[in-house]
Design a protein. Structure first.
Length: 458
C-alpha cells in the first residue's frame, strides 16, 4: 500500500509535466523548443554525429597519415572521417552549425541528405547553404515557423528594402527593389495576396519613396492608403492618363542623367553614371514604386476603342518595366492570373518581371504562369498550398531559386494608420499632382464635458 501511494505521489507531477509539455508543443512551439526540444536535439546531434554522417554517406576514407597515427597509438579500428563540425549555435527557432567538407565532397552531397539528417536529429527541417568553398552551414529548424508567423526582431531593412514575410527556414524574406526591381505577385481570392501588398505599402510608407497605385477594383485595395499615395487611378480610364505621366517622368529623369553625363576633362571617373543612383544625393530624384492591383482589368476590353487604349497602356507598362529601373521607377504587379490569354503584350511584360511570388491558385496553369519559366520544380509546391493557410506563398526569381514564405497578419486599419502617420513623407512630384487622391478628413469627436450639470430636483 505504501509503495502504491508513493507511486501515485510521484506519477502525478510527472503526468502533469508531460501534459504541459504536450500542450506547449501544440500551442506554443517556440517555448517548447527553447525548454525541451533544444536540449534533446543538441544531445542527439552530439552523440550520433559520426554515425549519422557515415549512414548518410557523408564520410571519406582517412588519410594515410591518420591511419598510421591511429595504428601507432591505439588498437582501435580506423573509421571513415566525417566533415569537421563547428560550434553549435542555438537560436529561438532551431540550431546552426557549420561543416568543413572533406576532400572530394561538395555541398549538394549534404543537401541530398537533409531529409535523413532531419529524422536522425528529431527536428522539423534541415536547410543547407554554402558559406564559402569547402564550408556549408546547416540550419536546423525545430518546429513549423510558418504555422504562426513571427518576424525576427533583427530583420534587414533600409531604403527600398522591406522585410515582408518569413521563409520556411526562419529567415526573413526581404523585398529588395534595388536587387529585384520588378515583381509579379499572383494569388486567388482569399489567398493572402492583399496581406502581402499591405506589408509592402506600410514598409515603404516610412521611407522617402513615392508610392503610386493603379487599382481597377474601384480602389478598394489601395484607397485606404490614399494619405501616403502620390497618385492613384481607380479605373482603366484614369490609368490611361496616369501611365503617360509616369513615362514623361521617366524621360525627364533620363534627361537629367544625360546632362550629368556631359563628360568634361575635369570630371572624375567615379562621377560618371548611367542611372539615378550614381547622381549626387542632392540631385537624385526620389524613387517611385508603382503598385498595379488586378492587372487583368487593364487587359480586358469590350469595344475596339477599349482595345486601342489597352494596347497603349500595355506598351507603357512594358516601357516602364524595361527602362524604369535606371530612372528609379519600380513595378509591383498583382493579379489572379497572368498569361498569354490576357492579350497582346502580356508575355512580354511578364518576362520583364524578375521576382515572382505565387500564393494559392485555382489551377496548375496559373502556377506555371508565375513560376514555370524560372523554377519549374516550384510549380508543384505552389499547387500544394492549402486554403487553411492564407498568406502562404512560393517566392522565386530568375536565378532559379525558390522558397516557401508566409506573410504575418496585418489588419487593414493598422496599415491605413501607418500611412496616415507617414503622410508628411509624400514627396513633391509636380507631374503626379493632378492624380493625387483626395484624403477624407477624419471626423473629430467632441470632448466630453468635465463638469457635469447639477441635477434638477423638486
Amino acid at each position: 500500500m505504501t509503495d502504491l501511494t508513493t507511486l501515485l505521489e510521484v506519477g502525478g507531477p510527472v503526468a502533469a509535466l508531460g501534459g504541459g509539455a504536450a500542450y506547449a508543443r501544440a500551442q506554443h512551439p517556440g517555448i517548447y523548443w527553447s525548454t525541451v526540444g533544444l536540449p534533446i536535439s543538441t544531445a542527439r546531434l552530439l552523440s550520433s554525429y559520426s554515425s549519422v554522417m557515415e549512414a548518410c554517406g557523408l564520410t571519406v576514407a582517412p588519410s594515410r597519415l591518420r591511419v598510421m597515427a591511429v595504428k601507432a597509438t591505439t588498437r582501435r579500428e580506423v573509421r571513415p572521417v566525417p566533415p569537421r563540425r563547428g560550434i553549435i549555435r542555438p537560436t529561438s527557432t532551431g540550431l546552426r552549425l557549420r561543416l568543413r567538407l572533406a576532400p572530394g565532397q561538395e555541398p549538394t552531397d549534404v543537401a541530398a541528405s537533409a531529409e535523413r539528417l532531419r529524422h536522425a536529429w528529431g527536428v522539423h527541417a534541415v536547410y543547407v547553404t554554402t558559406v564559402k568553398p569547402g564550408v556549408v552551414e546547416l540550419r536546423l529548424v525545430g518546429f513549423d515557423v510558418l504555422r504562426n508567423v513571427k518576424m525576427p526582431r533583427k530583420a534587414v531593412s533600409g531604403l527600398l528594402k522591406v522585410p515582408v514575410a518569413l521563409r520556411e527556414d526562419a529567415t526573413p524574406f526581404v523585398r529588395d527593389y534595388r536587387t529585384v526591381p520588378h515583381q509579379l505577385t499572383l494569388g486567388a481570392t482569399l489567398s493572402g495576396k492583399s496581406m502581402y501588398l499591405r506589408h509592402l505599402v506600410t514598409g515603404l510608407a516610412r521611407q522617402p519613396v513615392a508610392l503610386v497605385g493603379i487599382d481597377c477594383k474601384r480602389g478598394v485595395e489601395l484607397a485606404p492608403f490614399a494619405s501616403r499615395l502620390s497618385a492613384l487611378a481607380t479605373d482603366p480610364e484614369q490609368a490611361a492618363e496616369l501611365l503617360p505621366a509616369l513615362i514623361k517622368e521617366m524621360e525627364d529623369r533620363y534627361d537629367l542623367i544625360k546632362a550629368r553625363q556631359g563628360i568634361a576633362s575635369s570630371m572624375p571617373a567615379e562621377e560618371i553614371t548611367s542611372d539615378v543612383w550614381g547622381l549626387p544625393e542632392h540631385e537624385r530624384p526620389v524613387p517611385i514604386v508603382l503598385f498595379v492591383d488586378e492587372v487583368a482589368e487593364l487587359f480586358l476590353v469590350a469595344t475596339r476603342k477599349d482595345e486601342e487604349r489597352r494596347d497603349e497602356m500595355v506598351t507603357q507598362l512594358i516601357r516602364l518595366a524595361q527602362l524604369g529601373r535606371a530612372a528609379g521607377i519600380y513595378l509591383e504587379v498583382c493579379g489572379q492570373r497572368f498569361g498569354a490569354e490576357l492579350g497582346k503584350g502580356a508575355t512580354m511584360l511578364r518576362a520583364q518581371l524578375t521576382g515572382r511570388v505565387c500564393h494559392r491558385v485555382n489551377d496548375e496553369a496559373s502556377a506555371k504562369m508565375a513560376l514555370g519559366d524560372i523554377a519549374p520544380e516550384a510549380v508543384s509546391a505552389a499547387c500544394g498550398i492549402a486554403p487553411e493557410r492564407p498568406g502562404l506563398a512560393v517566392a522565386g526569381d530568375t536565378s532559379g531559386g525558390w522558397s516557401r514564405i508566409r506573410t504575418p497578419y496585418l489588419s487593414l486599419g493598422d496599415a491605413a494608420e501607418v500611412c496616415r502617420e507617414s503622410a508628411h513623407l509624400v514627396p513633391d512630384l509636380p507631374a503626379l499632382k493632378p492624380f493625387r487622391p483626395d484624403v477624407p478628413v477624419r471626423p473629430v469627436e467632441s470632448p466630453k464635458p468635465v463638469v457635469q450639470p447639477r441635477p434638477v430636483t423638486d
